[in-house]
Design a binder for this molecule. Structure first.
Ligand code: GLY
Ligand code: MN
Length: 463
């Protein structure tokens, strides 16, 4: 856990932002895997972790913005729990570690909330993303499950987004630790990418590295020769020389801060003459994108810059044609790059996505676009010092999408379909780094993972 004052200050700031009312934070409960007593590894709710730091199931936190009091509701363990789980600190001791003075049994929460509602006080809550939390909120607040998202507190969402978007030095250190573990995951994957190895062997090995360093993975490992499928969790293929392998993987630290890196490598260790220019197109988009990051810049413009860099390179290869700026304005590059350049990262790999992507990535000044490709950009708004975000351009040859666009004669001024046809067996390339926005520019966080053609090939030789 961070020092006690970190949690106190976070709660103090949020109470100040809200001004009045009761702020209710249901923590997560254990989730059944295949029967109630066999459970997934516990994962605490990230906003609960941010404000209360306690990483245990069955707790709720309350901030009273009028009285300034904080509460933790939860039950002390009984003898049965001690027999199965070992001795546990009392709730009051746990609460003390994060500077919360008031504690009560979980059953008292219902009375506390009822009293607040009866007094006409506003109870602020976040949109739930787990069934158990939705059912609990319905019980506590009397709001039907189906209405919880709509009736969740927009001021609370906005206040939390404002706070959690700016990472402090403790958080940056945690994220850097997560990236250093991801360095080991990715360099190990590179060294294992031999013809004849099954993808699952590599995926399982790198997931084990995450677990051995605090773990778990921050999202299910994406690792496949079919990198044209953006989130490919199928690891059943045996690696074949001449194909590329995309690995998009990261981990959580023990405090649950995430990393998220992607590397693409040639099976067998050498990029061939068709792979290298496409790889370098994506690499240029990644590096130019990173170079453009600084406070005051809209991330949408960084996305469009990366798209422009990649389009210029794809034109050199012969896959695109015509005026580069016009092609990007028309969205023609999205045949190859159909996703956004990146997202915020912190306690969640897509940070705060449960609060609503448009609250996190957009604001009153910059709204989400509707154009195919650009519409999927998760972060478009102006960058501020303290943001941590990903830069992850990609170039993919998705046969079904190529066939559809070609049949519809889409962007024929900009796409050289006869050349694109020859790449339908290519797969995809994605390169992703995690970047901090500093006061004057940016810093790529963590130990640098091999990225240039020479660095990747050299690493793959070392095994
Ligand atoms: N690393 C997976 C994603 O960003 O969606
Ligand atoms: Mn990502």
């Amino acid at each position: 856990m961070f020092p006690l004052k970190v949690y106190q200050q976070r709660r103090e700031q949020l109470r100040k932002t809200l001004g009045s009312g009761v702020l209710l934070f249901p923590g997560n409960v254990d989730a059944a895997f295949n029967y109630p007593a066999n459970q997934y590894h516990f994962r605490q709710d990230s906003s609960f972790l941010y404000f209360f730091g306690l990483d245990h199931p069955g707790l709720a936190g309350v901030l009273d913005a009028d009285s300034g009091e904080d509460w933790i509701f939860g039950d002390d363990v009984d003898m049965d729990d001690i027999i199965w789980m070992g001795p546990q600190p009392a709730i009051s001791e746990r609460a003390e570690q994060v500077g919360v003075k008031n504690t009560a049994p979980y059953g008292d929460l219902q009375k506390f909330i009822k009293k607040a509602l009866d007094a006409g006080r506003r109870v602020h809550f976040l949109p739930p993303y787990r069934g158990e939390t939705a059912i609990e909120l319905e019980k506590l607040l009397g709001i039907p499950v189906a209405q919880l998202k709509e009736r969740s507190s927009k001021v609370l969402i906005k206040g939390i987004v404002a706070q959690r978007s700016i990472k402090d030095s403790y958080e940056i250190e945690e994220i850097s630790k997560a990236i250093d573990t991801a360095y080991l995951m990715h360099t190990t994957a590179m060294k294992m990418a031999h013809p004849g190895t099954v993808e699952q062997e590599i995926a399982g090995t790198i997931e084990g590295i995450a677990m051995a360093h605090g773990g778990p993975v921050s999202f299910p490992v994406i690792l496949s020769m079919n990198g044209q499928t953006l989130h490919n969790h199928d690891h059943s293929q045996t690696l074949v020389k001449g194909r590329l392998m995309v690995t998009d993987a990261g981990c959580e630290t023990a405090l649950h801060y995430a990393s998220d890196l992607t590397r693409t490598v040639p099976v067998g260790g050498k990029f061939d003459s068709r792979q290298k220019p496409v790889y370098e197109a994506v690499l240029a988009a990644n590096m130019e994108g990173i170079r453009a990051i600084r406070p005051g810049v809209n991330y949408r413009d960084v996305h469009l810059l990366a798209a422009t860099v990649m389009t210029r390179k794809l034109k050199e290869i012969g896959l695109m044609k015509g005026d580069v700026d016009e092609a990007v304005a028309a969205g023609a590059h999205a045949l190859f790059f159909p996703h956004g350049l990146g997202h915020m990262m912190g306690l969640d790999v897509h940070d705060m996505e449960n609060l609503g992507e448009d609250y996190v990535g957009y604001d009153d000044k910059i709204k989400r676009a509707e154009q195919f490709g650009l519409a999927f950009l998760r972060l478009g708004r102006e960058l501020q010092p303290g943001f941590v975000l990903t830069v992850e351009p990609g170039c993919y040859f998705i046969p079904a999408l190529i066939d559809q666009w070609k049949a519809e004669k889409l962007h024929t001024d900009f796409i050289n379909y006869s050349e694109v046809e020859k790449y339908k067996d290519f797969g995809g390339v994605r390169i992703e780094d995690d970047v901090l926005v500093t006061d004057t520019g940016h810093r790529v966080l963590g130990k640098p993972v091999p990225k240039t053609v020479a660095e990747v090939e050299e690493t793959m030789m070392k095994n």
